[in-house]
Design a protein around this ligand. Sequence first.
Ligand code: ADP
Ligand code: ZN
Length: 517
Amino acid sequence: MQRADDILREIFGFDCFRPGQEEIVHAVAAGENVLAIMPTGGGKSLCFQLPALLRDGVTVVISPLIALMRDQVRALQEAGVAAGALTSGNTGEENDAVFAALNEGRLKLLYMAPERLASGAAAAMLRRAGVSLIAVDEAHCVSQWGHDFRPDYLRIGELRRALRVPLAAFTATADAETRTEIVEKLFDGGTPRVFLRGFDRPNIHLAFAAKDGPRQQILRFADARRGQSGIVYCGTRAKTETLADALEVDGHNACAYHGGMEPADRRAVEDRFAREDGLIVVATVAFGMGVDKPDIRWVAHADLPKSIEAYYQEIGRAGRDGAPAETLTLFGADDIRLRRTQIDESPAAPERRAADHARLNALLGLAEALGCRRRMLLRYFGETAEPCGYCDLCDTPPETFDGTQAVRKALSAILRTGEWFGTGHLTDILTGNATEKVRARGHDALPTFGVGGEFDRRGWQAVFRQMMGHDLVRPDPERHGALRLTDAALPILRDAATIDLRRDTIRAAGRRPDTPR
Ligand code: ADP
Ligand code: ZN
C-alpha cells in the first residue's frame, strides 16, 4: 500500500514501520475488526492514527488517559492532521470548536474519554458526524477483573452496535483471560483478527562489526554462504554497482538494485531474486517493499542503516521461513557522521530532528553494545528478554576496559581546540603528530599534544567512533563536521562517570595498516 508508506513518511516523519505495525495498519485500514496486543512503547498509536487518515470519515478514539489524548491531539495537529478531543478537561470553547469541526466534516480523528459515552447522546452525535472506525486504546480497561477497570468501557460494545463500524482494540496486556474478556465485551464475542506476535525473530542471528576493510568483510561474509540467497544493503547507488561487480568477480551470482534503475530492470531483478536460488542482490533501501521471498538466508549491511527501525525491518527480510538466517551490519565513523549530517540538514522541525537523532543513537548503542544484542533490541521495542544465545556478543562476549581516561583525553583535545576540528586533526594532536596544520595553529603546544601514546591512529579513530556511538560527541554540520561535546560527555569530564570501551575494535585497529575503502 503505497499511500500508507507516504503518509508514514510525510505526516508521521518515520522512514519505516516498526515490527508488527504494517500488518495491523493494513488490517485496520481495510475495515477489519482487530485486537492488537503490543508492548508499551511499541508504537500502538500509529496503528489507528494512520488508518484513520487512509479511511473516509472520522475515527473516534476512546482512551482513558486525558493527558495522553491531549499530547496525541497536539502532535497530530502540529503534523497538519485535523484532530480534536472531547474530555472533561476541555473548556467550553474547546468543546465548541470540536463540535463545529465535527459538524462541518473537517475532523479525521476525534479522541473521546469513555465517560462521554455515558450520556447516551454520544452515539447519535457520532453517527451524524460520519464515524467510520472506532479505535480503543488500553482495551484491557474493559476487563472487570483487571485493576484498570473502567465501567464506561462497557458501553463501547453498545456504541459499535449502534454505529455498525469496524473496531480496532489495542492493549499491552497479553494474558489470555483479559483477551477473552476484551473479545466478549467489545466484539460481542465475535472474531476480531488478533495480532499477538512478539517482535522477536529468534531464527535471525544478529551481528555487527566495525568497518575494517569493509569490502573484504562483505566478500568474506558472502563467501562463507556461497549458494545461498542474500541481500547486501548499501548507503549509495554507486556502491551497489561496485560491490555487485566485486561479488561477481568472486564467483557469485550478484546484481545491483537501486531507485535510479529503469522500472523494467528493477522488476527483472525482483523476478530473478524470487525465482532463483543463491542470487545476491546488492541494493539500496529501495529494495524491499515487494520482496516476500521466504528463504532469504542472509542480509548484510555494507553501511549503517538509518535508524534502529530501518535496521530491524531490513534484517527482518531474512529467514521468513523460520529456518536459521544470518546478518552482519558494518558501521564506521563515516556512517555516523553521514547519518548525523543528514538529520541535521533535513528540513524537518527541530523536535523531529531530535527524535531522529535519538533513533540513530539507539542503533549506535546497539552497534557498540557490550551485552546481548537481541535483548537490547527487544528492550528498545518494549519487550523484555533474556540473553539470546544467538548473536555475536552471546557467541563471544566482548572484552572491555575502563576507557574513561582515554575518553577524557579525547574530550579535552576537543575542548582545547574550541570544538572546531574533526577526528583526523584531533588524532594528530593526541598522538603527537606535528603536521603542518597542527603547527600552524599552535596545537603542538597544547597540554594534550602527544598524551595519547596508548593507541595508534586507528586506535584513536575507534575511540572516537565509540564516543560517537555513545553520543558523547557529535559532528556539527555548521563547522564542517567538527566534533562537539553533548551533555552526556559532561559527567565524564567532571569525573562523575566512567565509561567502558570495547577492546577488540581498538586492538584490531592497532594491528592493521589503513585499508582503502
Ligand atoms: P505505545 O505503544 O506505548 O502507545 P506509542 O504509540 O506512544 O507507543 O509509540 C512509542 C514511540 O515510538 C513514540 O515515540 C513514537 O514516536 C515511536 N514510533 C512509533 N512508530 C514508529 C516508527 N514506525 N518509526 C519510528 N518511531 C516510531
Ligand atoms: Zn544474544
